[in-house]
Design a protein around this ligand. Structure first.
Ligand code: HEM
Length: 164
């Protein structure tokens, strides 16, 4: 039914807006402003951990919803490998799924870098400055890869939508 399809697309779009919009907001609005307000790297990282944990509460469910609705939308085609590779739509869909897998791996690493013991060390101000700086670099790079992958996934969604 067309209305069911519309609702599925709406949920997929809503989850994409939360996931991509949220990550970009943190990267280009929140962090630069935080940097102008708080000069201590240690305090900034403490705040970023709190923001990240809060964001994860909506970001992780959004990513899961994106996978469920996306796979539901395309399970018929994905279950036919020969057909999948025969059209540009199928090839773009495959690339999109591969990028989503890369995104999930990157995000999982991004979140795991701040394990419980690492977090406790930062929160109780017991981590040496050098180590904090190294950690910060790692988190920034992983965050950037997450955003780049998300934006690339949006491009492949557009190719699918346009029927290129
Ligand atoms: C396993 C994961 C995913 C699968 C299988 C999937 C699959 C799909 C499919 C089949 C469409 C419909 C394309 C068409 O118009 O024919 C679509 C659209 C779309 N997807 Fe995904 N998707 C997934 C994850 C994601 C993620 C992570 C994002 C965001 C970063 C995203 C963003 C979008 C957007 C914005 C559209 C456009 C809506 C539309 O025109 O239908 N998707 N996706």
């Amino acid at each position: 039914m067309a209305i069911e399809q519309a609702i599925l697309t709406w949920i997929h779009l809503l989850a994409a807006a939360i996931w991509v919009g949220g990550s970009i907001f943190i990267g280009i609005v929140f962090s630069p402003i935080l940097k102008t307000i708080i000069t201590s790297t240690e305090e900034r990282i403490q705040i970023m951990i709190k923001v990240g944990k809060r964001f994860n509460k909506v970001a992780v469910p959004s990513l899961i919803i994106l996978m469920i609705t996306g796979l539901y939308n395309s399970h018929l085609l994905l279950s036919k490998p020969d057909l999948l590779m025969a059209t540009s739509y199928g090839i773009f869909l495959t690339i999109k799924v591969v990028l989503v897998i890369a995104l999930i791996i990157t995000y999982a690493v991004h979140v795991r870098v701040i394990r419980k013991d690492v977090e406790d060390q930062i929160m109780s101000k017991q981590m040496p400055v050098k180590q904090i700086q190294k950690l910060r670099k790692k988190i920034i790079i992983l965050g950037e890869i997450t955003v780049v992958l998300s934006v690339a996934i949006l491009f492949f969604a557009s190719l699918l939508d346009a029927g290129v």
